[in-house]
Design a protein around this ligand. Structure first.
Ligand SMILES: [Zn+2]
Length: 656
């Protein structure tokens, strides 16, 4: 396959989709999925919660990330590999190239919302360096090109191309490049980066396949990357190659199995438990979901559904984090969910959002958005400070102020030797608006509650949907539905599981208290019953200009307890409110929290604190210490901890 053919295909796509001339804009679609997410480019946020984070990502984190890549030689590596500069590979990881790719991905999304000539030029200059580093035949991996006889890390064996693929990260580098190139093309319409990715993918398609090199990558992501190239070009070869790499896992024909750490112990279609390195795993599950959706593959669907059940019912933290163990950055056994030593890599949380969003697009079931929301509002955004320049790699649920959980440190850090998490935050945050709405034929899905508006193309009319809400601090949501012409269609409003008595879609966590306040729904001021289907309140009617839906999700403070088999949470309680998980941190609680007891009858109330963390609702109350003495509690949203120095913190506290 050559670039000329791709141009031809793109032209056909342009004609079919009726796009006007000018820069070639790729199609907005989730090819193969029955449901289509409403692109972040069609959604404008006016809220205080996400807008601020997206703006901080744009103004602080993106420049901070690029500066780090400049300082530490990641950009120079491309220039050197391309012969534009003298010198050797800088860096201790074989995947430093990916940080540059991931930041370009986030910056590209950011450009779509906030045009910025200077940033766009900087990205183009960086892409020129990447192009220079690409070898004649399409190969691109700076450390190998610079000197294959040395290695950036002792755990990677030096050698020629594709040697020691279990650890070389050549295909991992390629996968992140494809993801970034797709995003850049989607955001800017330009093909300068996409063409580099396609040339590389063509080389990989020539090199790998049945009867050729049959080794799978040691770290997954090339699979979803290739599927994105398939989306951009409609070239089936990329899709087939993605499936080939997945099918090679657990298949001893063609390579010596890497084992469960790399999810390479049994064929993916026979896997039913989440094992091994959590980030590798969750990127793979996202790719498997793509294959299930696009290729209508029932074996893949069956496997990925079983794995999802396993994660959500046995390996999922109340904060939405996954990957319990520091050792191998991996999933633990079933119900192995320690708090002090919990790992919960930020990248795994991001991958969990990617995966659950795909599961939703396939099934249209709100339970996947329940999981996505829990991860998003807790264990994912905890990974970046409110200032945008300090990060967690692991996201633990408890700190004693001594155990150095954050890669040898006790609090947030500006960067890491392995900086996958900061660069992953940069690429993820600008895409948040894409998780709010979706559509399918004559159904419009409202998945998340964020103030702002969206422009949605329904089958027969264009609809402007707006939300007014102070979520996650308040559960009142006013949704205005404004179709261009009056039309009949269904608005499907997600009623979160947490508002219906189920904090998670499994028996892993349950409420220990009762809530008598009911979810209510009104349309044009008239109360209506919740007509529930797959977790959505469905309002199927003829919509006219200025129709107003009023949703009220009561948000009392709730007490959550874990399944009895989670021994680390035994006889303990976690406080939650709406989608947010709370924690007690030393600084609000006289210097310590690990002596706290929260009796079931302790009276707790909320207080909105404008002065704290850009405005948060805290939980306060009178509780006990372990000796039975009365003491005060102030609990803050989990994501906001560790902004005020290291010390004790706990999500789970004893009930007695
Ligand atoms: Zn990471």
């Amino acid at each position: 396959m050559n670039i000329r053919n791709i141009s031809k295909i793109s032209l056909i796509i342009l004609i079919i989709t009726g796009l006007s001339c000018g820069a070639e804009k790729p199609r907005e679609q989730q090819m193969g999925y029955p449901i289509t997410a409403v692109s972040f480019t069609k959604v404008t946020l006016t809220d205080d919660f996400w807008s601020g984070r997206i703006e901080t990502n744009r103004t602080v984190t993106i420049p901070f990330g690029f500066n780090k890549c400049e300082e530490e030689g990641r950009i120079r590596n491309f220039a050197r590999a391309g012969g534009l500069l003298e010198g050797q590979y800088e860096g201790q990881m074989p995947f430093d190239d990916t940080d540059v790719y991931k930041i370009i991905e986030g910056a590209s999304y950011s450009l779509t919302i906030h045009p910025d000539k200077e940033l766009e030029e900087y990205i183009d200059e960086t892409i020129e360096k990447i192009a220079a580093a690409q070898e004649e035949d399409g190969y691109l991996c700076t450390w190998k090109t610079l000197n294959p006889k040395t290695t950036p890390a002792t755990w990677v064996k030096p050698g020629p191309r594709w040697h020691h693929l279990a650890a070389s990260h050549e295909l991992y580098n390629a996968g992140h490049m494809y993801e970034a190139a797709y995003a850049h093309h989607r955001a800017t319409g330009k093909k300068n980066f996409l063409n580099i990715a396609l040339k590389n993918a063509d080389l990989i398609a020539e090199t790998f396949g049945p009867g050729k090199n049959m080794e799978p990558p040691g770290h997954q992501i090339i699979e979803t990357g290739l599927i994105k190239l398939y989306r951009a070009t409609n070239d089936r070869e990329y899709l087939d190659l993605a499936k080939f790499f997945l099918d090679q896992r657990g298949n001893a024909v063609g390579h010596k199995l890497y084992g469960p750490y790399n999810q390479d112990h049994v064929p993916v279609t026979e896997q039913d438990e989440a094992v091994g390195h959590a980030v590798r795993a969750v990127y793979m599950y996202a790719a498997m979901t793509d294959i299930a959706g696009i290729m209508d593959d029932s074996a893949y669907l069956n496997a990925v559904s079983k794995i999802w059940d396993n994660v959500v019912s046995k390996k999922y933290y109340i904060t939405g984090g996954i990957g319990a163990r520091h050792d191998g950055e991996s999933f633990g056994d079933n119900y192995e969910l320690p708090n002090l030593t919990s790992y919960n890599e930020t990248c795994a949380a991001i991958g969990n959002v990617y995966w659950n969003h795909r599961m939703f697009l396939l099934h249209g079931d709100a339970k996947y958005i329940d999981v996505l929301e829990r991860t998003l509002y807790n264990g994912l955004i905890s990974g970046v400070s409110l200032s945008g320049d300090l990060f967690f790699y692991p996201n633990c649920l408890e700190s004693d102020g001594k155990y150095k959980f954050n890669r040898g440190t006790l609090t947030r850090q500006p960067w890491f030797d392995c900086s996958c998490c900061p660069s992953n935050i940069i690429r993820f945050i600008p895409s948040v608006p894409e998780y709010i709405y979706a559509r399918r034929n004559d159904s419009l899905y409202v998945n998340l509650f964020v103030a702002g508006k969206a422009d949605i193309d329904m089958d027969k009319t264009n609809v402007e949907v707006s939300q007014e809400t102070n979520y996650p601090w308040d559960g009142k949501v006013v949704i205005k539905v404004n179709p261009q012409t009056s039309q009949k269609f269904a608005v499907r409003i997600r009623i979160p599981g947490w508002a219906l008595g189920k904090p998670v879609p499994s028996d892993l966590y349950r409420y220990a208290d009762e809530n008598i306040e009911k979810v209510t729904l009104k349309i044009n001021s008239d109360s209506i019953d919740l007509n529930m289907d797959k977790g959505y309140a469905v309002i199927d009617r003829k919509w006219s200009k200025d129709d107003v839906i009023e949703l009220n999700l009561p948000m009392p403070i709730r007490r959550v307890v874990a399944h009895d088999k989670v021994k680390d949470d035994l006889n303990k309680v976690a406080l939650v409110r709406g989608p947010l998980v709370y924690c007690a941190e030393w600084v609000d609680n006289d210097g310590k929290v690990l002596d706290m007891v929260i009796p079931d009858d302790a009276e707790l109330k909320t207080e909105h604190r404008k002065d704290l963390f850009n405005g948060v609702t805290v939980i306060i109350g009178d509780i006990l210490d372990k000796s039975g003495e009365e003491r005060k509690l102030t609990a803050i949203p989990y994501y906001a901890w560790s902004h005020r120095g290291p010390g004790e913190m706990a999500v789970w506290l004893p009930r007695k």
